[in-house]
Design a protein around this ligand. Structure first.
Ligand SMILES: [Zn+2]
Ligand SMILES: [Zn+2]
Length: 267
């Protein structure tokens, strides 16, 4: 046990450090005022900025609308007048192996642009902002799924080396921290590189990723409820293949969280 004086000394040292950090931050804020990471506008003292002050209200609503009527199973848009369905006409007869999708918004316009930015070496802050916004919009819904692991979709090592960043991993870290569930970046491994899914027709995308992922034998996932995380979901082929591997290892359900849900011609 520490002598009382020593303990107080350490506390005041810690308080002193915290004060110094706060002071340094306010100096930095005056010299370089925080800006919206999407449009670059300054907060102007407005308290309604989203994503922990990283996104202005206008960008937040464009990137992750407060209201988006979508299917619980695949995250695809459904007509406004339909009560939110558990399945939609697109996914009802599909072989998708995951159980639900939570998405921030649709993959087009501004969200498509900023999701592309998260894949660049400087894209970490953007990925962080979008994940915080995803939590602001859907934290309650994600918590109801009771995930006990957060698993990023792995990049093939060669591609990761090229990009220097895996945005899915940045997302998974932020989600895991907030949800209090461990992030498990090695729970799923890529067995081989796959051709980029972009540009392939839907059935070819499923063929392209077949048996491309595995769960190492030291993971026993009986009754686990992993939350699988990626930046975009289009046909769902990659997430479905990973969900299959997780379920082969014992996972009872696999839920998916993504930033953008692509649909329409991209399906
Ligand atoms: Zn903005
Ligand atoms: Zn659906």
């Amino acid at each position: 046990m520490l002598p009382l004086g020593d303990w107080r000394g350490r506390m005041s040292l810690r308080a002193g450090c915290a004060r110094a950090v706060r002071a340094a931050r306010s100096v930095v804020d005056v010299l370089f005022p925080p800006r919206c990471v999407s449009c670059g506008s300054e907060p102007d003292g407005r308290p309604d900025w989203a994503a922990g002050g990283l996104l202005c209200p206008k960008c937040a609503e464009q990137l992750g609308p407060k209201h988006r009527n979508c299917c619980r199973r695949c995250g695809g848009n459904v007509p406004e007048e339909t009560p939110r369905p558990d399945q939609c006409s697109w996914c009802r007869n599909s072989q998708l192996q995951f159980d639900s999708v939570v998405a921030l918004g649709n993959y087009h316009g501004p969200l498509q642009e900023v999701v592309a930015a998260t894949k660049t070496p400087a894209g970490g802050l953007m990925a962080e902002a979008l994940t915080r916004l995803l939590l602001e919009r859907h934290e309650g819904e994600i918590r109801q799924l009771r995930p006990n692991f957060v698993v990023p979709v792995p990049l093939y090592w060669g591609r990761r080396l090229g990009r220097g960043i895996n945005s899915a991993e940045t997302m998974a870290r932020t989600l895991a921290r907030r949800l209090g569930a461990p992030m498990a970046p090695r729970m799923v491994v890529r067995r081989r590189n796959t051709a980029p899914q972009k540009g392939l027709p839907p059935q070819a995308r499923f063929r392209n990723v077949r048996n491309a992922f595995a769960v190492p034998a030291n993971y026993h996932l009986e009754d686990a409820r992993p939350l699988l995380v990626d930046d975009t979901l289009t046909t769902g082929a990659t997430c479905s293949e990973i969900a299959w591997a997780l379920k082969q290892s014992g996972a009872s359900v696999v839920h998916v969280a993504v930033l953008a849900r692509a649909q329409g011609a991209n399906r």
